[in-house]
Design a protein around this ligand. Sequence first.
Ligand code: SF4
Ligand code: SF4
Ligand code: SF4
Length: 397
Amino acid sequence: MGLFKEVKKPVIKHATASGADVSPRRPSYTAKTAPCMHSCVNSADVRSWLVTLAQHQAYGRTAAQAFELAWRKILEANPFPAICGRVCQHPCELNCNRKAKDGAVSIRQLERFVGDFAIANGLRVELAAPRRAAAARIAVVGAGPAGLSAAYHLARKGYAVTLIDAAPRPGGMMRYRVPRTILPAEVLDGEIANILQLGIEMRSGCAVGRDLSLEELRRGYDAVFFALGLQKAAQLELREGTDGQAATVGELPAELPAIPLQEAVEVDRKALNTISVAIAQGRAVAEVIAAQFECCTVPQTWPAAVIRSDRMKLDWYPEAAPLSSEAEALTEAEALAEATRCMSCGMCMDCETCWMYCSKNCFVKLPKGEHYKIKLDLCNGCGKCAESCPCGYIEMN
Ligand code: SF4
Ligand code: SF4
Ligand code: SF4
């Protein structure tokens, strides 16, 4: 059992005389956005990394290789899978199409497993683009989830980034508002270390307005992102730019808020619920900054239509009970089994159903992962492929 039911080569007799046109409509592959991806605060490609785990054997990968690849896919959007896997409100699961069958896929627990796997195995993220010798210098003020996320995405794009924080150690509300019982030190420090090893200059214990003036920031950097967190942002006076001038920031008040020197003992619920959103906002700001320097537009996420469960063939997928508890860490076997509950909503998973049901042999298998080529000159428009596709990937037009 698993993602697919065991199938035998079927004997399908075509209903029409050979060559007869039953319909002018023709099939086409139409990728949809899965609801988990649409709902993820970090716009993570949830479906892709879940299917990577579910189909690791079909792709000739070991479980360890699949976990690493899944981790790298998550890190395209979010450098904190082990942290989000513990604190995110997981709207992805709330909208998972599998709820209409036998229960949502436990995405958050899987994300935690993948993040923990990476920390335990010392995996390191790499630059997405070569370091730019003459790149703009960017300062990020505030090393909480938003600032770390922005610094991560900008550094991966090749920018020289300096991260400035008044607190003695980076992490912001993740360190000073959430106790280590919820975010263990090895998780927090492990994911932060992975970000900083991208070549980010970290200036801890450096308070803007005390150790570094706004004028020094203006002179030293081409862009500054104030990722100060909810409690401090209100203390900055923002002056709108006029006549094409950039917005400026007023002087900080004489009295700066007290910087927490002790790691959290009690949980701050508001902070806990804000972490995933702050991570996503940091990425959004990084994309806006990069778009300014690269003279391009901010990339759109998931423009395709969202596929809902009524467009899926839910009966095609084997029954598989959801995990009984959210509390515990998964074993490797549990993680792999849970991933096979993902139905790959709206994206081909190479199940062969269309190929089997097409009586005109229109579907030509391509190498694994490239799906099929449809020979439309053989097609009579019967629509069996679209009717039978479990994940709703084929449309008749
Ligand atoms: S748990 Fe949160 S970050 Fe992770 S996939 Fe779901 S919504 Fe996205
Ligand atoms: S079944 Fe998989 S692809 Fe579909 S919504 Fe749930 S997690 Fe996403
Ligand atoms: S039936 Fe299976 S192989 Fe064919 S398009 Fe749908 S998911 Fe892909």
